[in-house]
Design a binder for this molecule. Structure first.
Ligand code: PLP
Length: 401
């Protein structure tokens, strides 16, 4: 591994707003499951730009779809019809809830749309002070609606006040969810598998209860599939493996294969809620992003690909569980939270992994998160396990660099 160029770091510090703590490496190229730094060193990427490059970096089908569209039409705006937008909406709807799609450019925006739908639907039911309920440690994004539904971040007094009308209950606590839900509930808005919190799977029992509570009160069940969707858990959408069919799902991240796009996807009934003037976005559903997403869906939404995600997830999990230093592996498919033994700090381990040529992420002090690309080969998976095992052994024996 080579550290990033000092002059580049100095200019980043001077000119880029300091909202991120970056690892000391500059990536210049990606190919499949590999990233390359400025000195040509190779890294196995088991993070994929945080669940974005699920088909690997620069997949030729996605590159070609973007290249072709860029030469035809890059932007026309939502004042006009464009075919890739309609094709993508139809594809997303028919692969999930069967209603309509609102397009946007990121995950947080997809959630803003879901929040608007929930509030307007509640208003139409005569609810005066609608409340949206999420789980503590859910993550839904950084704009104010999504942030207000992200209890861990919504407490920050420096960024207040948050929006009114958001409540939270402890993760997976059915009794608390039931107690918080009532006639004023506009939506239960949750991640079925929490990603940023460190990969925690919500129980089927609580998901089923959430659906029942929504049916009882008229609230909408919104499942944030921004990290779990587009094949990540071994089905196109994570909710398909659970007992609850939501009213709304939100998608982004892997949807564009590296091109920014988000989508809020509804049932037929929830798709009726927003009307002209209620919502909009200049860049949304642009032909380039929509073409990229169609290429992604052609690749991911295939039985063999979804099977591969599940089998690779199982073999990585088995390999990780054999290692000294690993206590448990949480998650589903290729969304893995690796719980480390006491005394191993995930952030130090993560830095060590990077120095050994493996990109992962440390979402909490006791866990590593792996979001490997679906095209990872068996040989690359084996190499990744060897790197992790070697770094763990050195951490355990106190010889990590
Ligand atoms: N929801 C979930 C579950 C996420 O994991 C993220 C991003 O990590 C978001 C929403 C926000 O997405 P974006 O960063 O594209 O706004």
């Amino acid at each position: 591994m080579s550290p990033a160029d000092q002059a580049l770091k100095d200019r980043e510090k001077r000119f880029v707003m300091q909202t991120y703590k970056r690892a000391d490496v500059e990536f210049v190229r990606g190919e499949g499951a590999l990233l390359f730094d400025a000195d040509g060193n190779e890294y196995l990427d088991l993070l994929g730009g945080i669940s974005v490059a699920s088909m690997g970096h620069c997949h030729p089908d996605i590159v070609n779809a973007v290249r072709e569209q860029v030469g035809e039409l890059m932007h026309a705006s939502n004042l006009f019809y464009t075919q890739p937008m309609v094709d993508l909406a139809e594809r997303l709807s028919s692969s999930s809830l069967g209603g309509r799609v609102f397009f946007c450019n990121s995950g947080t925006e997809a959630n803003e749309c879901a929040i608007k739908i929930a509030r307007k639907a509640a208003y139409e039911r005569g609810v005066e002070n609608p409340a949206i309920i999420s789980f503590e440690s859910d993550f839904h994004g950084r704009t104010y609606g999504s942030l207000s539904a992200t209890p861990g971040l919504a407490k920050d007094p420096k960024l207040g006040p948050m929006l009114d009308g958001f409540k939270s209950v402890p993760f997976d606590d059915g009794a608390a969810l039931e107690a918080a839900t009532g006639s004023d509930t506009a939506a239960i808005f949750i991640e079925a598998i929490q990603g940023e919190a460190g990969v925690f799977v919500l129980s089927d029992e609580t998901l089923k209860l959430a659906r029942e509570l929504c049916d009882r009160t008229g609230a909408l069940l919104i499942i944030d599939e921004i990290q779990t969707g587009i094949g990540r858990t071994g089905s196109l959408w994570a909710y398909e493996q659970g007992p609850a069919r939501p009213d709304v799902i939100t998608s982004a991240k892997a949807l564009g294969g590296g091109v920014a796009i988000g989508a809020c996807i509804t049932t037929e009934a929830a798709g009726e809620v927003l009307a002209p003037g209620d919502h909009g976005s200049t860049f949304a559903a642009g032909p380039v992003a929509a073409s990229a997403a169609l290429a992604v869906l052609d690749l991911v939404d295939q039985p063999e690909m979804l099977r591969r995600i599940r089998s690779l997830g199982t073999s990585l999990t088995e390999g990780l569980l054999k290692m000294n230093g690993v206590e448990a592996v949480r998650g589903r498919g290729l969304m893995l939270g690796v719980e480390l033994s006491e005394g191993i700090n995930s952030s130090e381990l993560n830095t060590e992994l990077l120095s050994r040529g493996l990109v992962a992420n440390a979402p909490r002090p006791d866990s590593l998160r792996l979001l490997p690309p679906f095209i990872l080969t068996d040989e690359q998976a084996g190499r990744a396990l060897e790197i992790i095992s070697g770094a763990l052994s050195d951490q355990l024996s106190g010889t990590g660099s």
